[in-house]
Design a binder for this molecule. Structure first.
Ligand code: SAH
Length: 237
């Protein structure tokens, strides 16, 4: 263990504590006091600092989103934990993530699932994330460049789908289609009026948990108000 690893570990432990505190503070939304211990263990394990530029290592474990370049952000640790918890990922599950970004949420999901498929629309981010994840030893993550709103039909169905950018008014139909019976889809949906979409839509996004039962019947629950960057849809067509 090199010098600095101990510091990073301590910072990570403090981050996990902050997540636990924020979960308790938002228990009314979440409907529980604590997240799945497997999710909290994954948050305590993944080296978040490896996903941000080295100049930002000293604050990599703060419980807030941070800029990572290309106008994009690394999600807030609390939000990564909550979404992973809502996705209720079991060890044998196959998970689809939309919006790889730096790959942090992909890594957390990879700690919980058998295999993670993740799609990023910005090629540079996808390539960097794939290289970073390989370097960190994650061999159960497939990164693809493309429009995640279309899903990844070749690998469907998925036991869980996590979307880390806000869809416009409705859940992309391809994602509901590619959800396995019994599956969970976690997705922020922007319900603001068109004219109000830019620049400040943060307060109008709802984090939805969409569930498909064993017979294929779909239901949804709005969990929490959230703030994500927009999901780019139809940009490649
Ligand atoms: N999962 C990341 C958060 C990424 S922010 C984390 O763990 O921190 C959201 C990402 O979604 C951005 O990188 C953005 O480029 C990407 N994105 C936006 N629209 C997309 C689309 N249609 N398909 C795939 N990725 C998309």
């Amino acid at each position: 263990m090199g010098k600095g690893d101990g510091e990073m570990q301590a910072a990570r432990r403090a981050m996990v504590q902050e997540i636990a505190d924020e979960v308790r503070a938002t228990r009314k939304h979440l409907g529980k006091d604590a997240l799945d211990p497997r999710v909290m263990a994954a948050m305590g394990k993944v080296a978040r600092h490896a996903f941000v530029p080295q100049v930002n290592w000293s604050n990599a474990y703060e419980n807030r989103p941070q800029p990572i370049g290309h106008g994009q952000t690394i999600s807030q640790p609390y939000m990564v934990a909550v979404m992973s918890d809502l996705a209720a990922v079991a060890p044998a599950d196959r998970v689809l993530e939309i919006g790889t970004g730096c790959g942090y949420q992909s890594a957390v999901l990879a700690e919980l699932a058998a295999r993670v498929f993740t799609i990023e629309v910005v090629p540079e981010l996808a390539n960097q994330a794939a290289e970073r994840l390989r370097g960190l030893g994650y061999d159960n993550i497939d990164v693809r460049i493309g429009d995640g709103a279309l899903g990844w039909p070749e690998h469907a169905p998925f036991d869980a789908i996590v979307v880390t950018a806000a869809a416009w008014h409705r859940v992309p139909p391809a994602l509901i289609e590619q959800l396995a019976p019994g599956g969970r889809l976690v997705v922020p949906v922007d319900r603001s009026k068109a004219a109000a979409r830019y620049p400040f839509t943060a307060q109008r996004q709802d984090l939805l948990l969409v569930s498909k039962d064993a017979r294929g019947k779909v239901s949804e629950r709005s969990v929490l108000p959230v703030a994500f960057v927009p999901l780019v849809e139809g940009g490649t067509g």
